[in-house]
Design a binder for this molecule. Structure first.
Ligand code: ATP
Ligand code: ZN
Length: 286
């Protein structure tokens, strides 16, 4: 019987390409790539297709590829029959409305009767419909941010990450319409053999994602404060505590979330913790 291979579409070049390949690598998947259109993994039943991100939803919906990695914004804009399997925590950005800095913007009603330039007409039209704003949508392929400056439109609807592009073009962000990040999408009709490969991949992706969000922490603590310190560091089940050679002290090992890291560190110090080491985690199976 022929062994099933899962076909994944990723961006050929651009913002998502490197991060997508990096995630596969973190999942322990080696890919031999000579800059070709298709390459296969040497140690996982995976074949990688390199495509323009705009084409990925259609290829996945039609079953040319089984799954794909791309921005949620592009998935929503293309509106193809695909399912979002997982959020991938990278390439975070937002889709926003922006107007010229000198405009006296009050609220959404400002856009009534105005012209908005965008490369995301579907998402924008849906939003305007929901908000009952009657505005004209001008679809353009790229460089949307220059449209108001050259008199093509009154406002724009585009991707923003830091806002520096808007600033450089004399624009200000006035409404955030959508938060986006890279996602894994799949064809809804995958056969069970392929589904089980997706499950395997997903398991590895979750392990890589959890590892990134957490750190391994080691510290020395006075025994009298151990309970308070353990409360601060619940870890995966509970922390490991080992006696130090010095009477009255213990070494404690645990896992700490990246987000509450600095706050907890201060509280640990307040409770007499010393010699705090924080190390990256490569994989984390919870
Ligand atoms: P392609 O040639 O494949 O069509 P593209 O020009 O459409 O590429 P990129 O600019 O590489 O796309 O962006 C790909 C995706 O990365 C976007 O759809 C979005 O999800 C995300 N993205 C875009 N700009 C940013 C940004 N400034 N910060 C973070 N993520 C972004
Ligand atoms: Zn694109």
């Amino acid at each position: 019987m022929k062994k099933e291979v899962l076909k994944i579409a990723i961006q050929k070049s651009g913002r998502l390409n490197e991060k997508s390949l990096e995630l596969l690598k973190e999942c322990g998947i080696s890919i031999n790539n000579g800059g070709k259109l298709i390459s296969s993994s040497t140690n996982f039943p995976l074949e990688v297709f390199y495509l323009r991100d705009d084409d990925i939803p259609q290829y996945v919906a039609e079953g040319v590829a089984d799954i794909g990695m791309l921005g949620e914004n592009e998935v929503l804009e293309k509106d193809q029959k695909v399912e979002v399997i997982a959020k991938l925590d990278f390439s975070k950005c937002r889709l926003s409305l922006a107007v010229r800095r000198e405009e006296n913007y009050t609220d959404l009603s400002w856009f009534r009767g105005k012209k908005i330039a965008t490369s995301y007409p579907l998402i924008l039209k849906k939003f305007l419909r929901e908000e009952a704003i009657d505005a004209e949508v001008e679809t353009i392929g790229g460089s949307v941010e220059i449209a108001p400056g050259i008199g093509l439109s009154d406002g724009i609807f585009d991707i923003v990450s830091t806002g520096s592009t808007l600033l450089a073009n004399g624009l200000k962000e006035v409404e955030v319409v959508l938060q986006s990040q890279a996602v894994l999408i799949g064809n809804p009709n995958l056969l069970s053999e392929k589904r089980s490969i997706v499950e395997k991949l997903l398991f590895r992706i979750q392990a890589a994602k959890s590892a990134k969000r957490n750190k391994y922490i080691l510290l020395n603590a006075p025994n009298k404060n151990l309970d308070a310190i353990i409360n601060l560091l619940p870890g995966m089940r509970s922390p490991t505590v080992m006696p130090l050679a010095e009477e009255g002290w213990s070494s404690l090992h645990s896992v700490i979330g990246e987000d509450d890291f600095w706050e907890v560190i201060d509280q640990l110090k307040d409770r007499g913790a010393e010699g705090i080491l924080v190390c990256p985690i490569e994989k984390m199976i919870v």
